[in-house]
Design a protein around this ligand. Structure first.
Ligand code: THG
Length: 369
């Protein structure tokens, strides 16, 4: 893989699992929430095929937790979330856009309700801690906000139930999607959720003591030998196939959840207030002028490092935000933010990439084979 080494430092943080990740055939790193995260091991294609057949351990410690505790914790969590968390129940996870006053996306975390007055926001790549601190200070809320020593480890793939149950007991099999419970490990109780950034099924262990990282990794590794467990990481191909959006790539503060197709995660129809609500209501009323769509491109596009221009009827009509060749679809799949006129499934657009122009077909997210 092309690239240059990244120097690890206090700012570019390693994780409790880095040692094992690097010993397991790491192909490359990127930085997410100021922390290292793998981009591939053997190759993106090979990793993807293995993920769909077996089970992988994902060091996703970079999904840092924004912890809010105290008497006003729920009030702040509700105010920060486009999703209505006013009735959030302990033991449940909620995927939610977080928006600014204009409805622009600031993050798209998984919120965990840990108790009546305790929440984690499992963050995508932006410094949401500062937003929470600012809101709490400005509103004089009685909360404590921190980034705790919590390092998620993903167990992803069709054999993840088998692997997780060998280490945490059969109880994990009964967990429903986006629920979590506490399961024994070496005399401790670890928070394990049925979740993860793939559609191959799996769990995330929210390890709350970094000093146990290698022990946890090793226990899962040993238990998974006959399951062909490998080190893995969020896979570009699989996540595009599955319609999972990446904050900072597919959406930024320039985009609203309505434009990104995340309306189903926005609670706009109750009296509950949250930052960005009036802007989103206005946009819903007026209709969005652009929309994130799927594209099937008639050419191979390797992973991209910047947006790629799109044209519709000869005129500029938006840009591709992510793309990868999918061996299973036999096509390059992409996400593109397109003017609403070009964003209808079935429309044909042109994509400029690698110095050429290729035809592409607009389609819905998630992709259908
Ligand atoms: N796990 C945890 N934290 C995270 C991510 C994760 N933080 C950053 C990033 N990933 C957040 N983004 C997403 C996007 C989609 C989903 C999870 C995290 C997801 N979506 C379900 C789907 O599309 O099928 C639907 C979720 C729902 O129904 O509520 O799982 O991966 N800890």
């Amino acid at each position: 893989m092309a690239g240059f080494p990244i120097l690890r430092s206090r700012r570019v943080r390693g994780t409790p699992y880095s040692e094992r990740v690097e010993a397991a055939g790491l192909g490359g790193y990127t930085v997410y929430n100021h922390m290292l995260v793998a981009t591939a091991f053997r190759s993106m294609e090979e990793d993807c095929a293995h993920l769909k057949q077996h089970v992988q351990l994902w060091d996703v410690a970079c999904e840092r937790q924004l912890e809010i505790t105290g008497p006003d914790a729920r009030r702040l969590a509700v105010l920060m979330s486009a999703r209505d968390l006013s009735g959030a129940e302990p033991g449940r996870c909620y995927y939610t856009p977080v928006t600014d006053a204009n409805g622009g996306m600031l993050n798209d975390p998984v919120a965990l309700c840990l108790g009546e007055d305790r929440f984690w926001f499992s963050l995508a790549d932006s410094d949401l801690l500062f937003w929470a601190l600012g809101l709490a200070e400005g509103l004089g809320l009685n909360v404590r906000i921190c980034e705790p020593d919590v390092s998620p480890l993903g167990i992803q793939g069709p054999k993840s139930d088998e692997l997780a149950s060998r280490v945490f007991g059969d109880g994990v099999r009964a967990l429903k999607f986006f629920r979590f419970g506490y399961f024994p490990f070496r005399g401790r109780e670890l928070l394990v959720a049925r979740s993860g950034w793939s559609h191959q099924g799996g769990f995330e262990v929210y390890l709350d003591d970094g000093s146990l990282g290698l022990e946890l990794w090793d226990a899962l590794w040993e238990a998974g030998r006959d399951l062909e467990v490998r080190a893995g990481c969020p896979n570009l191909i699989e996540r595009i196939e599955s319609g999972l959006l990446s904050y900072g790539n597919d959406m930024t503060r320039e985009d609203t959840p309505l434009e990104c197709g995340l309306e189903r995660f926005c609670g706009l129809d109750s009296d509950r207030e949250f930052v960005g609500k009036s802007a989103l209501l206005r946009q819903r009323e007026e209709g969005v002028k652009r929309r994130l769509t799927g594209l099937r491109v008639d050419a191979r596009i390797a992973s991209i490092s910047a947006t790629l221009p799109c044209r519709f009827g000869g005129a500029a009509a938006g840009y591709v935000t992510s793309a990868a060749y999918s061996p299973d679809f036999g096509a390059t799949l992409a996400f593109a933010m397109l003017d609403i006129a070009a964003a209808a499934p079935g429309a044909e657009v042109e994509v400029e990439h690698d110095g050429v122009v290729s035809e592409a077909l607009v389609c819905a997210i998630p992709f259908e084979k």
